[in-house]
Each structure stands twice: as C-alpha cells, then as structure tokens.
Write a protein that binds this ligand. Structure first.
Ligand code: NDP
Length: 254
C-alpha cells in the first residue's frame, strides 16, 4: 500500500473516452481504481474501455449528454450502480465554441455553460450521497488557464472555467466534514482534439503557446495523470479547495 494506491476504489471520469479524460482514466486504473467513463460518442467509449481494460482493472462506459441535467443524474446513478459504490468523480467533460464575444447566440453561450459548469454542478450533486456513504470521497474538477486569464475568443468558456474554480471552493468547504475533498486541476495548453481545432481556428496559437510556456512545449494528456492520481488518493486527504495548474509554468510567466 502506498498513499497513492486506489485499489478497491471506483472512479467516474466524465469525458473519459478521449484526450485528457482518457489519460486520467488510465492513470487512475494504473493506480488500482475500477473506472467508468462517460461520453456522448459510443464508438469512442468502446475504444476507451478497451484501452483502460488492458491495465488490469475493470472498465465500463456510459453514453450520456452531460449538457442535460437528467443526463448527468442518470450517468452518475448508472456508474454507482455498476459496483454498488462511488469513491472518485472527475468532472472532465468540456466543450468550447470560439468566436468574438459580440457574435455568440444565447444558445451557444448556454451550450458551453450547460456542459462546462451546470453539468459539473449536477454531477457533483448526484455523486454526493454516494461519496458520503463511502465515508470518503474525491472530486476533481477540470478548469483551465481561462480559470485565471481571459481569452478574447472564448467568453462563455472562460466564464464557465472561472466559475468551476469557485464552485470547487464552495463544495470543498461545504463537504469537508463529510470527508469529501474537492479540488481542481487547471491544465495548460494540452495537445488534444479540442486544441487541434483551436489551432486551426486561432492563427498563431501553436507558436504563441510554445513561446510563452516555460517548459517550451505543449502538454500531453498524460501530463495530467499524476496530479489526478494524487488528488484521487489518500495522499491528498488534507488538500481541499485547491486549483492546481498543470501547465509547464504557463501561469507563472509574466
Ligand atoms: P476533448 O475534446 O479531447 O475531450 C472532451 C471530452 O468531453 C470528450 O470525451 C467528450 O466526449 C466529452 N464531452 C464534451 N461534451 C460532452 C457532453 N455534452 N456530454 C458528455 N461528454 C461530453 O478535449 P480535452 O481532452 O482537451 O478536454 C478535456 C477537459 O480539459 C475539458 O474540460 C477542457 O475544457 C479541459 N481543458 C483542456 C485543455 C487543453 O489544452 N486541451 C486546456 C484546459 C482545459 P464525446 O466526444 O463522447 O462527447
């Protein structure tokens, strides 16, 4: 037993069928957790289950749209029902629509907020009774550099990711006496489908990120796995309400 051991724990990773979520799901499985991933795309879900499954723990996937409150509730209930318990919730599913703020329709604003913020809140609410029943619980919310900085081409995304940090702090203080720790990871610029699209839509982004990041490179999804295991494990039992950048130093650069 190391303080990072997750043997016997059940983890749900939303958006765990690709990108950062899949890397976190694999990290948790390597540390011993049984994993349930949630995503909209059934084919991606199946591939993720195969990838996680070879790591020696059980892997399941549920199809759900987490931009809809009932989708969140059903996904968490379904995940908890698989093993009859739930110990770890990683709220990773997220989306972005990039354009100047004056051009968003209300529907576009709502789509981003529903997925990135309301979905996180509803998943946390739905998970709470299970985490409380387990007498310990870990929630990891995925923020962003836009939790700290503004992005001229991502107003609803920035608003949602800033709010996720404050939601993390509110839940951390509310549920600390239930022995549930709630923390956030703030990824820097990570090479995934999401940012591959951004690099097409935002000219010069690739080079700007490389130049500004002290580590001199874009992050890989796997860069998030270690901190996620830490925040999911007994090693972080006295850490709550924290928003931890995993960014190669991007956020400390003037
Ligand atoms: P990807 O686009 O690769 O993955 C996004 C994931 O979210 C997919 O698994 C997708 O599943 C899922 N998802 C999106 N919308 C929904 C929805 N309505 N219901 C259910 N699942 C949904 O992006 P990343 O891996 O890059 O992003 C993961 C998280 O990290 C996001 O919260 C993102 O904001 C955040 N982040 C990413 C950064 C980066 O540089 N890549 C930087 C900072 C934060 P499916 O396709 O099946 O719907």
């Amino acid at each position: 037993m190391t303080p990072f051991d997750l043997t016997g724990k059940v983890a749900v990773v939303t958006g765990g069928n690709g990108g950062i979520g899949l890397a976190i799901a694999c990290g948790l499985a390597r540390a011993g957790a049984d994993v349930v991933v949630v995503g909209r795309n059934a084919a991606k879900n199946e591939r993720a289950v195969r990838e996680i499954g070879v790591l020696g723990r059980t892997a399941h996937a549920l199809v759900a749209d987490l931009g809809i409150a009932d989708g969140c509730r059903e996904a968490i209930a379904g995940a908890a029902a698989i093993h009859g318990r739930l110990d770890i919730l990683v709220n990773n599913a997220g989306t972005n629509i990039r354009k100047p703020p004056q051009d968003y329709t209300l529907q576009e604003w709502q789509t981003v907020i529903d997925t990135n913020l309301t979905g996180v809140f509803v998943c946390c609410q739905a998970a709470y009774p299970h985490l409380k029943a387990a007498a310990h619980g870990k929630i990891i919310n995925i923020g962003s550099m836009t939790s700290i900085f503004g992005a001229s081409f991502a107003a609803p995304y920035s608003a949602s990711k800033g709010a996720v940090v404050q939601l993390t702090r509110a839940l951390a203080s509310a549920w600390a006496r239930d022995n549930i720790q709630v923390n956030a990871l703030l990824p820097g610029w990570i090479d995934t489908d999401l940012t591959r699209r951004a690099r097409v839509e935002v000219p010069g982004l690739h080079e700007r990120v490389e130049a500004r990041t002290p580590a001199g490179r874009w992050g890989l999804p796997e860069d998030l796995a270690g901190t996620a295991v830490f925040l999911a494990s007994p090693a972080s039992d006295f850490v709550t309400g924290v928003a931890l950048p995993v960014d190669g130093g991007y956020s400390i650069q003037a």
